[in-house]
Design a protein around this ligand. Structure first.
Ligand SMILES: Nc1nc2c(ncn2[C@@H]2O[C@H](COP(=O)(O)OP(=O)(O)OP(=O)(O)O)[C@@H](O)[C@H]2O)c(=O)[nH]1
Ligand SMILES: [Mg+2]
Length: 219
């Protein structure tokens, strides 16, 4: 809760940072990216909505686990409380871990850094000059735990260095890069699955209800 999931989506979809209210239930976004329509669910971090998380993850091609780089507890909770909610994701689902609010630390993602080389982790973690913050290495360690949890072979999935990001929804730092890196990875997988197997959606346009048999009363 409060790590900036909705703000990241606003920044990406609407190109701006605006005040948010804590998400109720969840919110759906549709992004036209190149020639594809990408569906994105914004989940609610508040405790009473945690149960919904597994519903939003069902069949997901990618999941972005978000924490606040200024609160180690938010990274710990990703593992302790949220990881099990991703059990409903498809087996080849990609995981990205995003540390948001990097602008609140001294060392990266300030207004002037918004145009920095995307994807590049800047600054040193917990240097004398920077306030204490979560290290990118901690996020990478979680990524490796996720692979273990999902019994995936490290050699067959993208490396932790590629899937752990630091962002600022406030300045825009790395935000496009996160979403578009994932889209670039996910779209070919979905296209390949579509070409190989039957559609996973149910076509109800030609649905005919089964003939009703006369019900008999039984005593
Ligand atoms: N400084 C700074 N503040 C941010 C950033 N992203 C979000 N915030 C602020 O953090 C607070 C929470 O942001 P939200 O986007 O609503 O967080 P959320 O994760 O969607 O929260 P829930 O919907 O309750 O789970 C708001 O006051 C935002 O303005 C950021 O990158 N930098
Ligand atoms: Mg929200």
């Amino acid at each position: 809760m409060n790590v900036g999931k909705t703000s990241l989506l606003h920044r990406y979809m609407e190109r701006r940072f605006q005040e948010t209210v804590s998400t109720v239930g969840g919110a759906f976004y549709l992004k036209q990216w190149r020639s594809y329509n990408i569906s994105i669910w914004d989940t609610a971090g508040r405790e009473q909505f945690h149960g919904l998380g597994s519903m939003y993850c069902r069949g997901a091609a990618a999941i972005i686990l978000t924490y606040d780089v200024n609160h180690l507890q938010s990274l710990i909770e990703l593992e302790d409380r949220f990881l099990s909610l991703t059990d409903t994701a498809s087996t080849d689902c990609l995981f990205a871990i995003v540390g948001n609010k990097i602008d609140l630390t001294d060392d990266a993602g300030g207004e002037d850094d918004a145009e920095d080389e995307p994807g590049k982790a800047t600054g040193t973690c917990n240097s004398a000059r920077a306030p204490k913050r979560v290290c990118l290495e901690d996020a990478m360690a979680l990524y490796k735990k996720i692979l273990k949890y999902r019994m995936l072979d490290e050699k067959e999935v993208p490396a932790a260095e590629k899937m752990c990001f630091e962002t600022s929804a406030k300045t825009g730092y790395n935000v496009d890069y996160v979403f578009e890196t994932l889209f670039d990875m996910v779209v070919p997988v979905i296209l390949r699955q579509r070409a190989e197997g039957p559609s996973q959606t149910v076509d109800i346009t030609h649905y005919k209800p089964a003939k009703q048999t006369q019900s008999r009363c039984c005593v």
